[in-house]
Each structure stands twice: as C-alpha cells, then as structure tokens.
Design a protein around this ligand. Sequence first.
Ligand SMILES: NC(=O)C1=CN([C@@H]2O[C@H](COP(=O)(O)OP(=O)(O)OC[C@H]3O[C@@H](n4cnc5c(N)ncnc54)[C@H](O)[C@@H]3O)[C@@H](O)[C@H]2O)C=CC1
Ligand SMILES: CC(=O)C(=O)O
Ligand SMILES: [Mg+2]
Length: 476
Amino acid sequence: MGQKQQKDLGGNSVIIRLEIRGDRMNFGLVANIVSSLGGDIIAIDTIHIGNDSSIRDMTVNVADATAVILITDAIGKIPGIRVVNTSDRTFLLHLGGKIEVTPKVTIQNRDDLSRVYTPDVARVCAAIQEDPIKAFSLTIKRNTVAVISDGTAVLGLGNIGSRAAMPVMEGKAMLFKQFAGVDAFPICLDTVDTEEIIRTVKAISPAFGGINLEDIASPRCFEIEERLREELDIPVFHDDQHGTAVVTYAGLINALKVAGKSLSEATVVVCGIGAAGVAISKILLSAGVMELIGVDKEGILVQGEDYANPIKTSYAGYTNPNRRTGTLRDAIKGADVFIGVSAGGMLIREDVMEMASQPIVFAMANPHPEILPGDIDDIVAVAATGRSDYPNQINNVLCFPGIFRAALDCRASAINEEMKLAASEAIASVIADDKLSKHYIVPSVFDQSVVERIRDRVIRAAIDSGVARRIPKEYR
Ligand SMILES: NC(=O)C1=CN([C@@H]2O[C@H](COP(=O)(O)OP(=O)(O)OC[C@H]3O[C@@H](n4cnc5c(N)ncnc54)[C@H](O)[C@@H]3O)[C@@H](O)[C@H]2O)C=CC1
Ligand SMILES: CC(=O)C(=O)O
Ligand SMILES: [Mg+2]
C-alpha cells in the first residue's frame, strides 16, 4: 500500500465553500457567528478571485452535524455571502478509497520485464510448485493478511451489507500497514452463507499468510472461524472476538490495579453475548475470573434455560456460577466490573451508582458506547470506551497489528490461547505501575512500543506452544 499521497485525516471538520460578492469579507463577523454556534475556524483558503466576487473555502472544526447546519444557515444570511456547498472532510479523505497497491520495484526495461513477468517468472513459479513452503519467501504471502467481512455486524451499525462495509475494512488495512508494516487486503464478500464464505476464504487463502475475519455477525462467526481454523494452515483470527478480548483483558489488568481489586475476587458483568462478549468472557475466565455474569436481550443468561441462540445456552453453562437471574439492572448491583459490547446508551448513571465501590466500566459499543464517560467519571475508578476521542480507548486496534506481525514473522500455523494471553500481558505491561491512572490504563495506539512488545511476547508464546514454523534470528 503506497503512502505517497498522504491525505490529512482532519478532525470532525467541514469545509464550507463561500461565494463572497464585492471585494471584502467581514472575517470578524463570520468568526463570531461560527464560534457562537460551537465551531472553530481553522483555515480560510482563497480558491478563485473574480471581478465581482471571490470563492473561499473555510475549514471549520465542529462538534456535530447539527452545528454545521446552524453555522451554514447563519453565514448564508450575511449580506454578500452565499454558501456554495459544504464538504465533510471525512468523506473527502475517503474519495477513491484509502489504500492502493504499489510495486516494490520499477520496471525500467525489457530485461526487468522478463524477470518480473514472463519468461523468467516461470522459474520462480516452478520453484514454488516443487516446494510450496517457498510461497512464504517468494510471494506476498509472507507479509499479507486478508481482512474478510460479509458486512453483517459492522461496528454497531449491524447488517449494512458488503459494499457499505468496505470503508471499515480499508481502515483496518491502513492500521495494519501503519502500525505493524503488515500488508492487508480488504475483501468484502457478497454472501452471508456460512458454507460459501468458508469455501471462498479457503479458495483465496494461497495468497495470504493470515486471515483476519471482521464484522461477521454471531453466531455464524463462530462456526466460520472454527472451521477455517481446522481447515487452513495459516492463522485465522476473528478480530471482533479475540482482538477485542485481548485488549479488554489488558485494560482490565491495569484497571484492577487502579481500583485496588483482584481478578479472582471481582464480579464481572458482560453485556452483549455476541462475537465480542463470548470471547471476552472466555479470556477472562481463563485468566482467573470466578464470578462472571452474561446479559443479553433476554436478561441475565442462566443455566437450564433453552435460548433460541445455542451459543447463549452453552454460554450460560459455563458462566453465572451463582445462577443469578433478572435484568441488566439486577446483574450490575454490587458488580465490580461492567463490560459492554452490546449497544449504545444501555446504561445510566443510576445503574453505575448501584455497583460496588470503585467500579470499572468499559462501555465498548461502537460508535455509541453503553454510557458516556462524562456521565460517570466522578463515580468510577475507571471508565473506558472503544473510541479514540476519550481517554482509555479499549479497541482491538491495539492488538491486531502486533499479533499478526508476530504470527507472520514466526510463520505461525495458528494464533492460539497462549499467544492471546501473551498479547494482553504485553499491552498491559507497556504502562509501568507508577504511571497508571484513572485516565491511563491502556497505551495509545500511537505508542510504538505496543507493537514491538506484542511481537516479542507473542513470538515467544508461539515458539513455546509449538505453532511457530520459523524461528526468527533473535530467538534462536
Ligand atoms: N471496542 C472494540 O474494540 C470493539 C467494540 N465492538 C462493539 O461491540 C458491539 C458488539 O459487537 P459484536 O460482538 O461484534 O456484535 P454481535 O452482533 O456479535 O453481538 C452483539 C450482542 O449484543 C446484544 N445486544 C444488542 N442490543 C442489546 C441490548 N439492548 N441489551 C442486551 N444485549 C444486546 C445482541 O443480542 C448480541 O448478542 C458493537 O457495538 C461493536 O461495535 C465490537 C468489537 C470490538
Ligand atoms: C472495533 C471493531 O472492530 C468494531 O467495533 O467492530
Ligand atoms: Mg469489528
């Protein structure tokens, strides 16, 4: 993926194109109007100067879409100014997509041409035919991951279809490259049929060193991942399950230190027993949580009930040891930890007030968390969300670049439990105990030591657990 044409990612900002009649614009008046409506002008660019009018682009930071409407309405009423159009900078940076393929070498002449392509390339093909493992050294397989979605559980937007899922998958590919140097291809499949997805992923797998499944709805995501893990010899990792679980456990290790609590004594409520909720629960149980209660639309999941979704029936069998019943409100009373991977706005301040002292709230639904940190910051030990605009971003982006970097570098045949736990511990360990605080329990995704530390611990775990097929030099 080339990074030649770097685009400015901008903030939550719009470009408002103005036509200004006459030769003067009252900048003070415009600035006052924009700021009184919650905006902040960050640039004004002259696009065209005509005889009677000029065209200027005004870039404004805004809190939300409503502010844009209010600002453009008010500016449009200033005599001599016409609002030509507004461009959302987020849409602008998506124009034409966010990634591209760039060759590593330039073909300068016929000699180069015959090496990269026919006839010489045939010798390389023959070498791989003779010894298929050479695909790892002679093709992009060595460093390339497929990011596969069927568009059925995209962020918290739900089943928006495979075309609409592409911007998220392109974004994941950017993150893979920027944070860990992994080349990733976004592939959105136009099918929601479990067998067809499995067949298709298997059919395209020769080109890839790993498969990152993304935003595939539960319960189908479980079978798709399980079957692909069994049938492919490269790592298959459903990021919404395991990436989220790894980062949640990392965040919890540190949040518990801030709250002065222990994992084995904490009562943990997980809300939303889908892809993320099931995997989070499993990693926390294997890490030593004793009392874990799952809540979904049916209320608290309890053993003995026969839920329409068999995943929930089986989940109830290994959680909720005290067989508590009732609603989310009942579950959360006296709980030490709330983990939300369900839907926005599920929780209210009064619920959190019912939790044990020094509660920990991870409201991780995207894009709208179960509760906003601002509503509870004064009554919790730690609050976290999945978003980048609040402190404590518990998001799988902290995990997937590093864990795949490690898996590719040691040619792992799988990403197993040992590697996931190692990744959690690596992420948590980036912040020294004396630096931990209420608003700093997980490192920033821009902290370069995150990927390095995950890579190191995960490669060691892969070697120790016997799934590494290549031992990198520094580990020999
Ligand atoms: N911060 C992060 O890194 C991540 C956040 N997420 C977010 O977590 C949420 C769930 O994602 P997935 O597990 O992939 O989806 P999913 O569709 O597999 O699971 C969602 C679960 O939440 C339940 N749910 C929905 N509304 C509910 C309600 N009102 N009460 C109780 N349960 C409810 C559903 O029944 C379902 O079992 C999404 O908002 C997603 O964006 C998911 C993965 C990573
Ligand atoms: C972060 C992510 O993968 C999700 O919200 O689906
Ligand atoms: Mg996702």
